[in-house]
Design a protein. Structure first.
Length: 621
C-alpha cells in the first residue's frame, strides 16, 4: 500500500520512521492542537499577564541601570549621605523587581502546567480514538514505544516551549529597552587619535551586536549536530525503558526458562546504544561549552574595554562608565539568548519532531488504512450475520495472490441470532486475522461481511485485558463500575468460578498480576453474563485453559441460548457443550507456488487414472 500522506508511492506503513515536515509545518500542527484544546483560554490569559509582568520587569531594569550613574558617582566623590540615599532607592527598586520575579516564576510554572495538560490530553485523545492505537502499532518505528511520546516527550515539549518562548519574549523586550539606553550613552563617546577627535553613532550598540553575532555564528557551527543527537537519544532511551519494563513484567517466564543471561545481554546492548549516543552528545555539548563559556568570561571585561577610550579621555564619569557597562551587558544578554539556549533549542526541536510525527501519524491512520481493495462491510439486521466469499490477506499492502492468506471454504454463510458456530481449519492459518477482520481491525482481503449493529456485538480476545483499579471496574469494562447492580455482579462471579473474589470487588490492585491467566479469562466470561450481548465472537479463548476451567466456561455459555456465538479456534469443550455448526478455513498458496501445486495435481490425477486402469478386470472371452 502506498504512503499517501508523504506522497512517496511504494513506501509502506511498516517502513515509516517519521515525516519530512518543515519547522513551520510542525509549529502549525502544534498550534492547531493548542487552538482546539480546552486550555486555550487559560494559557492565553496567563500569557497576557506574563507579558505585562515582563514589561514591568524590563522597565524596572532600565530604572536600575540608570541608578548606577548616581551611585558610582557618589562613591567617586566619597559622598556618604548620597551613598546611603542611593542604597534606599536601590532597596525600593530591587524589592519591586523581586516581587515581579517571583510572580513571573509562578506564572511560568502555571503556563507550563496548562500547556502540558492541553498537549497530553490532546495526544491521548488522538491515540485512543477508535482503532487508531492498534493501527499505529503496525506503522513501523513511529508506532514503537508510544508511552515515551505520550508522557516524557509531551512533558519536555510543554515545559521547554513555555521556557523558550518566555525567554525569547523577555530578551526581545530587554533588547528594545536597552538598545535605546546604550545608543544614547554612546552619543557622548568622543575618540581622540593623533590630535583628531571623532565620534561613532551608537558605538557600543554596534560593539554589542558584533560580540553577540560572533558568538551566535560560532555556536551554530559548533552545535549543529545537537538536534539529531537529541532525537537519537530520546529514541534509544525509550527503547531501553521498554526493554526493562518488558523484562520486569515477564520475569517469571524468563526465570523458569533460565533466560536471565540472555536478557542481561539484551538489556546491556540497549544500554550500550544509549551510552554511545550520550557520549556523542556529551562531546557535542563540550565543544559548545568552549564557545558559550568563553564568551561568558570575556563579557566581564569586553564592555569596559569598549568604553575605556571615552572614559580615559574624560568623556565619561565612573558612574556613566558603569551605567554603560550595565546597558552593554543587558543588550549582549538579550542578543546572546539564542547562543545561551542553543542546546535547549536543539533538544526542543528534537522533541517537537517526535511529538508532531506521532500526532500526524495518528491523524493519518484512517486515510492510510482505507485500502483500495479490501473486505467490504455491510450492515445487516440485528438477528443476522453473513460471510460471503471471505478471503483474508496475511500482510498489509500485499495482493491476494502475492502472499499466503486464507479463505472461508463455505462461500456463502448466513448465521442467525442464537446460533452457535465454530470456525477452524488448517493449522497454518492465522485465525486471529479473521477475528480482527470481523472486528473491523483488519480489512485486508476481499469478500463481504454483513455485520449486525456494533452495539449488539462483543468480541472476546484470546488474551484477557484486566484494567487497573478495582475488580468491579474490571468486570464492568468498558462500561462504568456502577453500570451493573451488585447482586448481578456477584452472581456472575459465582457462576464463572470466582466466588472467592466476591469479597474483594472494591479492592484496588494490579489484578492482572494477582490473577492467573485462567482467572483473568474467567473475568471476561463473567462480563458476558452481565452484558448479555446478542452476538459474541471468541478468539481461541478456551485453548490453553485447564480442563476444569474449560468445562466451567463452556457451561456458562450454555446459559446464554439467546446469544449468537462464533468461536474462532479448536475447542473440544465448546464443541461438546454447544454442538455448533462448524465452518472451515483453508490456506491460500502464494502465487509462486500455484504452478508447482497444479503440476502436482496433474501428476496425482494421471497416476490415479493409471492405477484405476490397471485395476480394471479384463473383459470375458
Amino acid at each position: 500500500m502506498a504512503d499517501k500522506s508523504e506522497g512517496r508511492p511504494g513506501i509502506r506503513r511498516q517502513d515509516r520512521v517519521g515525516y519530512d515536515l518543515s519547522l513551520t509545518d510542525r509549529l502549525g500542527v502544534m498550534f492547531s492542537a493548542f487552538w482546539n484544546s480546552q486550555v486555550r483560554g487559560k494559557v492565553l490569559f496567563l500569557a497576557t499577564v506574563l507579558i505585562l509582568v515582563i514589561l514591568a520587569t524590563s522597565y524596572g531594569q532600565v530604572i536600575l541601570n540608570k541608578w548606577n550613574a548616581p551611585f558610582y558617582d557618589s562613591l567617586e566623590r566619597r559622598d556618604l549621605g548620597e551613598f546611603f540615599h542611593q542604597l534606599e532607592i536601590f532597596a525600593m527598586i530591587a524589592g519591586t523587581l523581586l516581587l515581579l520575579n517571583v510572580l513571573q516564576a509562578w506564572l511560568n510554572q502555571m503556563t507550563a502546567l496548562y500547556m502540558r495538560e492541553g498537549l497530553s490530553r490532546d495526544l491521548v485523545d488522538q491515540w485512543l480514538k477508535r482503532k487508531r492505537a492498534l493501527r499505529l502499532a503496525s506503522s513501523g518505528l513511529i508506532g514503537v514505544n508510544p508511552d515515551q511520546r505520550l508522557h516524557e516527550d509531551s512533558r519536555n515539549l510543554a515545559e521547554s516551549t513555555t521556557g523558550l518562548v518566555l525567554g525569547l519574549l523577555q530578551s526581545t523586550i530587554l533588547l528594545v529597552s536597552f538598545i535605546g539606553v546604550l545608543w544614547e550613552l554612546s552619543s557622548g563617546f568622543i575618540f581622540h587619535i593623533s590630535g583628531h577627535s571623532f565620534s561613532i553613532p551608537g558605538y557600543m550598540v554596534w560593539a554589542a551586536i558584533f560580540y553577540a553575532a560572533s558568538a551566535s555564528v560560532l555556536s551554530q557551527v559548533v552545535g549543529r549536530k545537537l538536534v539529531k543527537l537529541n532525537a537519537d537519544r530520546f529514541s534509544k532511551e525509550a527503547e531501553l525503558r521498554f526493554t526493562l519494563m518488558h523484562a520486569n513484567e515477564n520475569m517469571p517466564a524468563i526465570t523458569v526458562a533460565r533466560g536471565e543471561e540472555n536478557e542481561r545481554r539484551r538489556i546491556n546492548t540497549d544500554i550500550s546504544s544509549v551510552l554511545r549516543v550520550v557520549k556523542r552528545l556529551a562531546m557535542a555539548n563540550t565543544n559548545l561549552t568552549w564557545v558559550s563559556a568563553g564568551y561568558g568570561w570575556l563579557v566581564i571585561v569586553i564592555p569596559i574595554i569598549v568604553a575605556a577610550p571615552a572614559y580615559f579621555s574624560g568623556g565619561l564619569t565612573l558612574g556613566q562608565l558603569m551605567m554603560s557597562v550595565g546597558a552593554f551587558n543587558q543588550v549582549n544578554t538579550a542578543l546572546r539568548w539564542y547562543v545561551a539556549n542553543f542546546g535547549p533549542i536543539a533538544e526542543w526541536r528534537a522533541t517537537l519532531m517526535r511529538v508532531t510525527d506521532f500526532r500526524q501519524a495518528l491523524l493519518d491512520m484512517e486515510e492510510e488504512f482505507a485500502l483500495k481493495d479490501g473486505i467490504a462491510y455491510e450492515n445487516t439486521a440485528p438477528d443476522t450475520l453473513t460471510l460471503k466469499d471471505v478471503v483474508i490477506v496475511a500482510k498489509i499492502g500485499e495482493e491476494i495472490d502475492e502472499c499466503g492468506g486464507f479463505r472461508l471454504r463455505e462461500t456463502d454463510v448466513v448465521i442467525k441470532s442464537g446460533e452457535k458456530i465454530m470456525i477452524n481449519g488448517d493449522h497454518s492459518v492465522n485465525r486471529k486475522l479473521l477475528f480482527q477482520a470481523m472486528a473491523g481491525l483488519w480489512p485486508c482481503g476481499s469478500g463481504t461481511m454483513g455485520l449486525p449493529p456494533v452495539d449488539d456485538m462483543l468480541f472476546v480476545p484470546q488474551i484477557a485485558y484486566i484494567p487497573g483499579g478495582t475488580l468491579r471496574e474490571a468486570l464492568a469494562f468498558p462500561e462504568s463500575p456502577d453500570a451493573y447492580e451488585k447482586a448481578a455482579v456477584e452472581a456472575a462471579l459465582d457462576k464463572a468460578g470466582l466466588h472467592s473474589l466476591i469479597s474483594r470487588l472494591d479492592t484496588r490492585a494490579r489484578w492482572d498480576k494477582l490473577l492467573d491467566s485462567d482467572e483473568q479469562k474467567a473475568i471476561g466470561f463473567a462480563r458476558l453474563l452481565l452484558a448479555r450481548p446478542r452476538w459474541i465472537i471468541f478468539d481461541e479463548v478456551l485453548e490453553g485453559m485447564e480442563p476444569e476451567w474449560q468445562e466451567t466456561m463452556a457451561g456458562l455459555l450454555t446459559s446464554m441460548p439467546e446469544s449468537g456465538m462464533i468461536y474462532i479456534g479448536r475447542s473440544e469443550a465448546y464443541l461438546e457443550a454447544l454442538k455448533p455448526r462448524v465452518l472451515h478455513l483453508q490456506a491460500l498458496p502464494a502465487k509462486s507456488e500455484e504452478p508447482q501445486q497444479q503440476q502436482q495435481q496433474v501428476t496425482r490425477t494421471g497416476a490415479s487414472a493409471a492405477t484405476g486402469a490397471a485395476a480394471m478386470p479384463a473383459p470375458a472371452l
